[in-house]
Design a protein around this ligand. Sequence first.
Ligand code: ZN
Length: 332
Amino acid sequence: MNVRRLIPTAALAAAVALGATALTACSGATAADGGKDGKLDVTASFYPMQFLAEQIGKDHVKVDILTKPGVEPHDLEITPKQATKLGEADVILYLKTLQPAVDKAVAQSGVKNIVDAAALTKLEAHGSEPGHGEAGHEHTDGDEHAHEQEGDGHAHGEAGEDPHVWLDPTKYAEIAQGVGAALKKADPDHAADYDKNTAELVGKLGALDTEFKDGLKNTATKTFITTHSAFGYLAERYGLDQESISGVDPQSEPSPARMKELQAVAKKDNVSTVFFETLASDKTAKSLAGDTGLKTDVLDPLEGITDKSQGADYFEVMRSNLKNLQKALGAK
Ligand SMILES: [Zn+2]
């Protein structure tokens, strides 16, 4: 227990410091609002960042989100109005390289407390398997021959790095710890609460990791096919092999050569199911499944939660993903 946080002068000093931070970042009205409700204004770039801010910040934060539910995040455009509002945030939480328009707006925001989730864990490249043709994900160019990024783990924006880290509960927990530290720094008055909430969330993510480990230990096949190649980290963590149809762009048509290759993979590795995601079209998944006599099912990259999602939050959707993977892979 930290008794110092109960001393009113300390609280006052923190409030003054917070007000000063807000004043440097914006012009008047919103800073005053922020002062009135006493909450830290956090702007999160997309759902997995929003979830961290809410779980760790709880009552002490007001979370605004740039990628509205149901919007595909990769190609998000930022309106001038959103850019202005972004400049008024106390804390920005985003994941560099996932959304180029957000990266640009954040760089221009002038906000003091900027948290880049990509710098809180180690990003890796998930290129294609040798002999399996084109690279799965298309966030960045030149990842075909890329392997694990060299360096200190804080490098980001390098060609070939896969931003979908939140789909690995262990890496997501690392990010959660960094977010907890950042909220503490921005709002030291509630440090003990942020610590407690972070520990709770990290514990839950550890339990989720164990469920995945146990649930995917013993399966008939290790290969799964998905439209959007968001599951490279998840595959690596649990010893699976992700094969993707067409990368991140739901509009792009996979080449006939890639479709043929996937048919061969499906046959060789006893794949039963082609996965599609909730925010994108299932057309290519259905077409591949139809050609190969496979089933289709949902594997949700959790880039947004809508009422079509198979769960109300990160944990529910991840457990639904686990269930669907177990079914598709023939878990024993
Ligand atoms: Zn994605």
